[in-house]
Design a binder for this molecule. Sequence first.
Ligand SMILES: [Zn+2]
Length: 103
Amino acid sequence: MRPTSITADRTTARLAITWDDAPPSSISFKVLSDLCPCELCSTERSNPDPLKVIRPRSYELESIVPIGSYAVNIMWKGGCHYGLYSWERLQQLAAVEVKMKGG
Ligand SMILES: [Zn+2]
């Protein structure tokens, strides 16, 4: 499982991915940012602290940096810069979004 192309469309705010061995995925920036896989954001999601000010989520893509051959680092403008999205993670997020739409 490897992406053959990853295209960020800032107009529709979606990431389009084609895979070498699976149907293409499309994930909204919102889902990607809301479910940032970095340790900081994961901890924030699993242990919401009512006394702590939750950092605002950014849905504006700043950059996508390939990390080796297993992941991309997605940085959000004014938001989290630490999310490493592995290929498995991207497929999971695409599945999450399909589920949310009820499709
Ligand atoms: Zn994060």
